[in-house]
Design a protein. Structure first.
Length: 321
């Protein structure tokens, strides 16, 4: 009986301590891990929102780029972090494709994270190097068919947005091109600009300035409809590949076990951040769609995306190169 009372007392003390921690959260800066190098869509979205998110939380939100292994290095760091709300993750489709592509993944996507909210959805832009002769999608497809396997396309890594957009393009056009994975979207686009690879599918946000400056040629956007940020650029679907549609998303997650009160505090801050005129203006200017969901909706979304991409990857025999 004495031991039982001691156990109950210890549990009660832990509950009181957890409640006190939640009430004072945050009392120091929060780290937002972007598991990609600077310049890609995840890093860009993080920099859109971190200042305002910090204001809403009352503490600075510091972006930390931990790239490598198709985002898995940064994701693992958060999965293994203390669940106190001071280390968060912003990631994209790669966290949903990872279970199917990496059988020895050092974390469980659906068990080791507490999804907080979606924060963005955005189209990508099919770009070609200026060394490539194609001026539109039809010409690129014709060039690929005439030179099977001779052209290459870069991606931000195996299972990344770029990669999946490229696989969908190849399937619908009945063509083949060599997939060249990089450690992030920035390096992948830089080698397309230099002509080391022939084409790529970076985010519209990152690629549009390069296309506008003439460093690459922007052929078409990947979304089902034209982007308000680039209304003169056609969609891939209207350029000869009907049915093609692809957009990426960004999601903020905490380590599993983060107290519900802290998750709720972070969620409220995200919701208010998305209402900010400055954030709204940035998103609109770059053609990014604002998203915010409840933690329950975010968890259901991630579960559905894991199931969706696992089925696609297995059906198409996509491998981690």
């Amino acid at each position: 009986m004495r031991r039982h009372r001691s156990t109950l007392a210890a549990v009660a003390l832990l509950a009181v301590a957890a409640a006190a921690t939640a009430q004072t959260y945050p009392d120091r800066p929060v780290r937002l891990i972007a598991p990609w190098p600077p310049g890609g869509s995840v890093d860009t979205t993080a920099r859109y929102i971190n200042e305002q998110l910090g204001k809403e939380l009352g503490q600075p939100v510091i972006i930390e780029n931990r790239s490598g292994a198709t985002g898995n290095i940064g994701s693992e760091a958060v999965a293994r972090a203390k669940p106190d709300g001071y280390m968060l993750l912003i990631n994209t489709i790669t966290i949903a494709t990872a279970p199917a592509l990496f059988p020895n993944l050092p974390f469980d996507v659906l068990k080791d994270f507490a999804p907080i909210s979606l924060v963005a959805e955005a189209p990508h832009l099919l770009i070609v190097s200026n060394k490539v002769s194609a001026k539109n999608v039809a010409e690129l497809v014709a060039l690929m068919r005439a030179n099977p396997g001779r052209l290459s396309y870069s991606s931000a890594g195996n299972g990344s947005n770029f990669h999946m957009a490229g696989e969908l393009f190849k399937e619908l056009s009945k063509t083949y091109a060599l997939h060249v994975p990089y450690r992030g979207g920035g390096p992948a686009m830089l080698d397309t600009i230099s002509g080391q690879v022939d084409f790529s599918f970076p985010s519209l946000t990152a690629a549009l300035p390069q296309a506008t400056a003439g460093r690459v040629r922007g052929l078409a956007v990947t979304s089902a409809t034209r982007s308000p940020a680039a209304p003169d650029i056609p969609t891939i679907a209207e350029s000869g590949l009907p049915g093609y549609a692809f957009t990426s998303w960004q999601l903020i997650l905490a380590p599993a076990g983060t107290p519900p009160e802290i998750q709720a505090r972070i969620h409220r801050a995200i919701v208010e951040t998305m209402k900010s005129p400055q954030v709204r203006e940035r998103y609109a200017r770059e053609g990014t769609i604002q998203r915010s969901t409840s933690p329950e909706e975010a968890a259901a979304f991630l579960k559905a995306e894991v199931a969706r991409w696992t089925a696609i990857i297995r059906e198409r025999g996509i491998k981690a190169d």
